[in-house]
Design a binder for this molecule. Structure first.
Ligand code: URA
Ligand code: ZN
Length: 360
């Protein structure tokens, strides 16, 4: 049996240098007088009421050094990993810089995978702030990088979200080139939703709720704007078991069917519904930390569309003495407790990824 981790991140060294060169989000803060390094990436991380040494989270070589990734894989019985650049990818770059950075990062990820003797593959990154021709050119170049198996993407698309009509050129290229989208959140919800006491609650509100709701809204906007009616073969792997999509799919569908505006504007007939898309275009990771959420994901999709992930290097143990990560073992247990037979378990742990992502 092979265990494959399809949700696992790196910041390649060149990207780390970029973060270190910046002083606004996203950036890495290093203290001149102590060994403190802080990764300040989330919009809510840059809280001016805190000194930079307390903002964001600690960052070390586990974020960029591949030997840490391989050791983590060995400790947790993971045979292969499909690595992706972590958020916020290249979203913040100026239109002129994006394409160059995408080429550099994608080459770097491909080289890392090439050197790994079959243990690593990668998702590429797109220069989403660049002109759309540059994005399409990078998608078309990916076939020359033999370890790339799709693209990781945030939910803001070209700046206007995933229902932006200009994105059709990108979706068309991805569909034509058979590149899957790994859709991953970063921006969460507006800070007003978290309330004036949010800083008292660490990262819980943005990570536990902001992230999954962001993904749910993004994918629902894709559905409502007819992305999968136009691109019937466009495949999307949703982070964190689809946010809350599996749980809310019935409600989304019911709201569509009871919307008189949609009916009057002819948007209800001849559309593919959320269940159809969930079973034919969507894959879900198993990064949901409980059999309750995972059973919803399996019920909305099927067990042959769900794939194990860890979100490494995020969610490390709080005690440095712990070598096995509770966040990973919680997901292993959820898989065990959600599936009725060992064949389905083997599929979710690795065989689905091997088939869907064409790993050898
Ligand atoms: N926090 C992040 O910023 N990104 C992840 O992927 C997980 C946690
Ligand atoms: Zn992640």
């Amino acid at each position: 049996m092979s265990v494959v981790d399809i949700h696992t991140h790196v910041y390649p060294p060149s990207y780390i240098s970029l973060l270190r060169s910046r002083t606004t989000v996203p950036y890495i803060y290093s203290s001149p007088s102590s060994p403190i390094h802080r990764l300040i990436i989330l919009p809510s991380d840059d809280d001016a009421s805190l000194p930079p040494s307390l903002r964001g989270r600690p960052v070390g070589p586990e974020y960029w050094d591949i030997s840490h990734k391989l050791r983590f894989m060995d400790i947790h019985g993971i045979d292969k990993s499909v690595i992706s650049l972590a958020n916020p990818w290249l979203d913040f770059l100026s239109p002129r810089e994006g394409a160059k950075w995408a080429r550099e990062i994608n080459n770097e990820v491909n080289e890392i995978a090439e050197k790994s003797q079959g243990r690593l593959y990668g998702f590429a990154t797109l220069p989403l702030s660049a002109p759309v021709e540059d994005i399409v050119a990078e998608i078309e170049r990916l076939k020359t990088l033999s370890y790339i198996r799709g693209v990781v993407m945030g939910t803001t698309g070209l700046g206007k979200g995933m229902d932006d009509e200009t994105l059709d050129l990108v979706f068309a290229a991805l569909e034509r080139e058979s590149q899957l989208i790994f859709l991953h959140p970063h921006y969460g919800l507006p800070s007003s939703v978290y309330g004036p006491r949010a800083t008292e609650y660490g990262h819980v509100l943005p990570l536990a709720l902001g992230f999954p709701l962001e993904t749910t809204v993004a994918v629902t906007r894709m559905l409502l704007s007819g992305v999968w009616d136009r691109f019937k073969r466009l495949n999307v792997l949703l982070a964190h078991s689809g946010g809350t999509l599996p749980f809310l799919a019935g409600r989304i569908e019911s709201c569509v069917r009871h919307d008189s505006f949609l009916k009057k504007t002819g948007k209800i007939e001849n559309r593919r519904d959320v269940w159809d898309v969930l079973k034919n275009n969507v894959y879900l990771d198993a990064v949901i930390y409980s059999h309750v959420g995972l059973k919803a994901a399996i019920g909305a999709s099927t067990s042959d569309r769900i794939m194990f992930g860890t979100d490494h290097p995020f969610f490390p143990p709080l005690e440095e003495s712990e070598t096995a990560w509770p966040s990973v073992n919680t997901n292993y247990t959820a898989i065990k407790n959600s599936l009725e037979n060992s064949e389905d378990e083997t599929a979710v742990l690795g065989m689905n990824a091997m088939r869907v992502l064409n790993l050898t």
